[in-house]
Ligand binder design. Sequence first.
Ligand SMILES: Nc1ncnc2c1ncn2[C@@H]1O[C@H](COP(=O)(O)OP(=O)(O)OP(=O)(O)O)[C@@H](O)[C@H]1O
Length: 270
Amino acid sequence: MVQPRIRRRAFDAVTPAPAAAPVAPAVKLTGFVRQFGANRVIDGLDLSIAPGEFVALLGASGSGKTTLLRTLAGLDPVGDQDVTTPDTRAVVFQDARLLPWKKVWRNVALGLKDKGVRARAEAALKEVGLGHRLDAWPSTLSGGEAQRTALARALVREPGLLLLDEPFAALDALTRLKMHDLVLNLWNEHRPAVLLVTHDVDEAIALADRVLVLNKGRIAAEERIALERPRAPDARFQAVRRRLLGHLGVEAPASHEAALVAFPSGEAVQ
Ligand SMILES: Nc1ncnc2c1ncn2[C@@H]1O[C@H](COP(=O)(O)OP(=O)(O)OP(=O)(O)O)[C@@H](O)[C@H]1O
């Protein structure tokens, strides 16, 4: 049998790959300032989020997380400062903020004007696992279902930027974990840039490509999370956790971490 001749170009190994064209950021703020009276809440903040990037924002209470999110959502005035965001943005808050006098699908369809509105709402509700609740009233939904509805309402708009303001904080631990899976699946499917505001360091590490720590009105620290998803709380996860807690001025419980480092497979960890 005649072997096909494979010609190797001698310079293959040394020719650098063509540089990828620079991608414009989905979000960009430079030296952004927001103040309420004498209270300078955001104080010269620089922020850039790539299209499709999942960023989590941590910070002490009152550090300005919601203020930043509201700015990116276009809910607050920015004066003559440059704030770059995609045209289509959607926000999910801690409470679902559904209109109680509208059925679930109508809440999702709110503000949509084109044809096929019910079909679009239905598709979005199916995506979040609520295809069977289209005609339910919001008052009959569980907390998790209400937040799923809020997610469907956000995603039906195909936002370039999805802003999540502690959307899982009021849910029980198990529901929260299910919501994490759901959000990651939806993000994979739709690929918006995401900014997730959370107090939960583990949630930030479990979900985000990059975690930012806000302090004194600026990004005080940043961790790129290079762990493959789904992310188990293994020794590498704990190391990121310890660093983030350090940035937040909180000490990680040493004994728990020592156990994980000693038994990285987790079998000895309670
Ligand atoms: N509309 C407003 N008028 C006056 N002060 C405000 C207003 N909104 C926010 N602030 C102040 O800005 C600061 C930051 O508030 P913000 O809600 O952004 O913090 P946060 O980091 O989201 O806090 P938390 O984690 O407790 O939700 C606080 O001191 C708050 O009192």
